[in-house]
Design a protein around this ligand. Structure first.
Ligand code: THU
Length: 161
């Protein structure tokens, strides 16, 4: 039987159509991307998320000469928020990338590992994490992390139900 998965998202080209909070998250993610430590890829990623208590947490990618030791911007922000505010929900995360080497003409989506981490926090908190992916021309709005990862792996698979 052939099946299809429908992905619903909003594409926005006018930044004025965003809420004040979304504009702030976007500004913070861009700022954060500028101080990423990405001397090897020269691909700077910035993330900014807002918690239930309205606190904004930022993250950017951190690279290392031992390449696998590096970590993505999204996970820096997510792990930092769950370290410092383990009982606060994550309401929304904005993600962007900039590169001095080439133009990034489409919003960049989070890598598979970051999708998995986003999803686990969504499950843990029992509410959706909204996602904003954006570049200078376009914003993609997703209602929840689950939309980014069909057939995802979760903790209940680790035990016999
Ligand atoms: N990167 C992120 O920070 N987030 C992603 O979702 C994709 C990739 C970083 C990792 C590495 O420092 C650089 O971008 C190139 O892969």
């Amino acid at each position: 039987m052939k099946k299809e998965i429908l992905l619903k998202y909003n594409e926005i080209t006018d930044f004025n159509n965003l809420s004040d909070l979304e504009k702030k998250l976007i500004k913070k993610a861009v700022e954060s991307s500028k101080s990423a430590y990405a001397p090897y890829s020269k691909f700077n990623v910035g993330a900014a998320l807002v918690l239930g208590n309205n606190q904004i947490i930022i993250g950017n990618n951190q690279e290392n000469a031992s390449f696998p030791a590096g970590i993505c911007a999204e996970r820096v922000a997510l792990f930092s928020s769950n370290t410092n505010y383990p009982n606060e929900i994550i309401r929304q995360i904005a993600i962007t990338a900039t590169s001095k080497k080439f133009e990034i003409s489409e919003p960049v989506g989070p890598c598979g590992i970051c999708r998995q981490v986003l999803l686990e926090y969504e499950e843990k908190q029992g509410s959706d994490i909204k996602i904003l992916l954006f570049d200078t021309k376009k914003i993609i709005k997703l209602a929840k992390a689950k939309d980014l990862l069909p057939f995802y792996f979760k903790e209940d698979r680790l035990k016999k139900l």
